[in-house]
Design a protein around this ligand. Sequence first.
Ligand code: PLP
Length: 380
Amino acid sequence: MIYADYNATAPLRPEAREAMLAAMQADANPSSVHGPGRGARKLIETARGQVATAIGARAQDVVFTSGGTEASALALMGITAQLDGKCTFLISAIEHEAVVKNAGHAGVAVETAYVTTQGVLDLDWLRDRLARWDVARDGLPVLAIMLANNETGVIQPVAEAAAMVREAGGLTHCDGVQGLAKTQVNVGLLGVDYLALSAHKVGGPAGCGALWLRSGAPLKPVLFGGGQERSLRSGTENLIGIAGFGAAAEAGVRDMAKLQGLSTARDAMEARLKSEAGVTVFGEGAERLAQTSNFAIAGFAAETQVMAMDLGGVAISSGAACSSGKVKRSLILSAMGVDDGLAQSAIRTSYGWNTDLSDFDRTADAWLEAARRTVLKENA
Ligand code: PLP
């Protein structure tokens, strides 16, 4: 089976497995003061250092969470709590539900920040909106912009957007979940105030993630209890998951050049699908992650393609599979102005650390075979 669904979950890296097996031997609570407890603490601090290094940050500014969703929830709810609700969220139209839904539950005004037809945050729109900002009415501007989109792989102009927001006295939260170890992530260069990360997108385990926050950035905790993680995220740390996350982040950044090298094979696959079947590739005109491809041909339902590819030995996702596995309308493609008919045929292939270059050809072979049996035959 060819696995082409890395943006959903990347297979566990051997480095992560090894670190997790070692952490399983720790048998202690990292808050305990005895020797075994101190041993467990050491593993957590090693991982914190690894994650921090992967994003060019200081270890003490990394807060471990249960994943990317919780990291964004902590940022958005925590900012709101600290600012007493005196803020307005500007949420980019292509954000993941982890951001959209938590912003919606924070109890403050939410506005959509528009994107271009290539799925890139519209900086002109942002500039104009910030110029009309009225702090007395709107409170502080808080922008949420992801680093790279999970469906299209389109990389966002985060540094430019964050600079504008900073100039306007506001804050920027970046969902960096799909960017880590795929494109350069340096919190200083990005100039954001918060960055959410997830272990299972980089070859670590699911159920573990982190929020980085700039020193001094406003944030109140949303979980209360034992005061772990500088009291910003109470609850005994997921030692095994965190150890795996640290190792995966380190290995991912080490191997990033190789991953970025996949773009040649990805582009060749897209060129073939375009010339042999006339597919539309979404976000093609923008800077994209090297390992993601989202494409469609009208009339070939995404669900049918996912099943046909599965039978053909290639694991992929529809652009917008939800947690139940059902295909739903992609809000991201809608935001890019793609018509509903075409959007319903969009599928995503995404590759990663264990991808062989031949996987791209085999993906194209399986897809073309399925298309020729169905939609291309009807069109012929
Ligand atoms: N943000 C983005 C862009 C994602 O792709 C995902 C996972 O699908 C998440 C957040 C959620 O991360 P997690 O599964 O660790 O909660």
